[in-house]
Design a binder for this molecule. Structure first.
Ligand SMILES: C[S@@+](CC[C@H](N)C(=O)[O-])C[C@H]1O[C@@H](n2cnc3c(N)ncnc32)[C@H](O)[C@@H]1O
Length: 297
C-alpha cells in the first residue's frame, strides 16, 4: 500500500479519531460508493468525506471510520447505506430551480401532452426534498386545470429515505417559497399556526397527487411506466462519465417516443450515444411520435 502523502497524513493527525480517514478506508468508501450508488468520489475528497462521516461516526457513538464501515456492512436493512449516501451527496434543491425548464414545460410540453387522449407519466428522478416534483405539479395544475390534471401520473423518486420523508410531509419554511407566485402560496399551501408559524405545508389534496418512492438509479427501473417526461437534474453530476452515459441510455429507453429528458444545465450529455435529440440546452427529446392511445393505468 502506498504511504499517505505528508499533507494528508498531517491533516489526518489533527482530526479526532472519529473522523480520521486512512487511505485504505477512503478507498473502501470510494469502492462502496461507486458500486452501490454510482458515486464518483474523486481523489482529493478525503477531507470532505472525513468531515461528513466523522459526524455520523460520533452520532452513532462509534470509535472511528473503519468501525463505521463495519456497521454499514452489518446493517441488512439498507438504512445506514442510505445515511451514508446522504452524508456523501448534497440534497440542495429549490422550487422552480432552473426556471427555463418550467417555461418549456408550460409552453411546449404540456400543450403537446394535453392534446393526447389519456394518461401520461412525468418522473422526477432524484427528487430530493420535493421542491422539484411539487413545482412540476403546480405548473401542470396551472396549465391543465381540473379535471384534465387527472391525466397526470407524477412519480418522484430518490435514493435517500430522509429526503423522501421530508418530501412526503410537504412542509417548507415560508422563505423557501419565494420563487413561487403569491397566488400559488394560497392555492397549494396551508399556512402553519402556533408552533408551526413560519411554515407552509402543501395541501393534502395536492400532496396525494405525487407518488413518492425510494429508488436507486443504479438499479433496474425498466418496470416503471413509460414516461412522457423525465426530470433528472443535478443528480448525474455525482456519477462518472461511463455511469452517466449508461443512465442516460436507460432513461432514453424509459421514454415513450416523442418524450422529453430534462437534465441539469451543468450536466452536458455531449459525446454520449443516447439516440435523443438535443432541442435546447439541457432539454432532450426522443425521436418519434407519442402513442395516440394509452391505457389510463
Ligand atoms: C442535488 S439533489 C437534486 C434535486 C433536484 N433534482 C434538483 O435539481 O433540484 C440530488 C439528489 O440525487 C439523489 N441521488 C444521488 N445518487 C442517487 C442514486 N444513485 N439514485 C437515486 N437518487 C440519487 C440524492 O439523494 C439527492 O437528493
Amino acid at each position: 500500500m502506498p504511504p499517505e502523502s505528508p499533507t494528508l497524513a498531517s491533516f489526518m493527525a489533527g482530526l479526532p479519531a472519529s473522523a480520521r480517514l486512512s487511505r485504505s478506508a477512503f478507498e473502501e468508501i470510494r469502492t462502496l460508493a461507486r458500486q452501490v450508488f454510482g458515486l464518483d468520489l474523486k481523489q482529493g475528497k478525503e477531507s470532505l468525506v472525513s468531515a461528513r462521516l466523522g459526524k455520523r461516526v460520533r452520532d452513532l457513538g462509534l470509535q472511528d471510520i473503519p468501525a463505521y464501515l463495519d456497521y454499514v456492512r452489518a446493517d441488512r436493512s439498507g438504512a445506514e447505506l442510505s445515511a451514508l449516501i446522504d452524508a456523501l451527496t448534497t440534497n440542495f434543491t429549490s422550487f422552480m430551480r432552473e426556471a427555463q425548464h418550467f417555461t418549456h414545460l408550460r409552453e411546449r410540453i404540456l400543450p403537446a401532452l394535453e392534446a393526447r387522449p389519456a394518461a401520461f407519466t412525468i418522473w422526477s428522478a432524484g427528487c430530493s426534498t420535493g421542491e422539484e416534483p411539487y413545482s412540476i405539479l403546480f405548473q401542470c395544475a396551472e396549465a391543465l386545470g381540473l379535471p384534465r390534471l387527472d391525466s397526470l401520473r407524477l412519480l418522484a423518486t430518490d435514493i435517500s429515505t430522509r429526503v423522501l420523508a421530508a418530501a412526503q410531509s410537504g412542509v417548507f419554511t415560508a422563505e423557501r417559497l419565494k420563487d413561487l407566485p403569491q397566488a400559488w402560496h394560497r392555492r397549494y399551501f396551508r399556512r402553519g399556526e402556533g408552533a408551526s408559524a413560519g411554515m407552509m405545508r402543501v395541501r393534502p389534496e395536492w400532496r396525494q397527487r405525487v407518488s413518492f418512492a425510494r429508488l436507486n438509479l443504479m438499479q433496474d427501473f425498466s418496470r416503471l411506466p413509460q414516461c412522457a417526461v423525465i426530470f433528472c437534474r443535478n443528480v448525474m453530476i455525482y456519477f462518472d462519465r461511463p455511469t452517466q452515459e449508461q443512465l442516460v441510455r436507460r432513461f432514453a429507453a424509459q421514454l415513450e417516443p416523442g418524450g422529453w429528458l430534462l437534465v441539469g444545465h451543468s450536466e452536458g450529455l455531449m459525446g454520449f450515444q443516447h439516440g435523443l435529440d438535443c432541442i435546447l440546452p439541457a432539454i432532450y427529446r426522443k425521436p418519434g411520435r407519442a402513442p395516440a392511445k394509452r391505457s389510463a393505468s
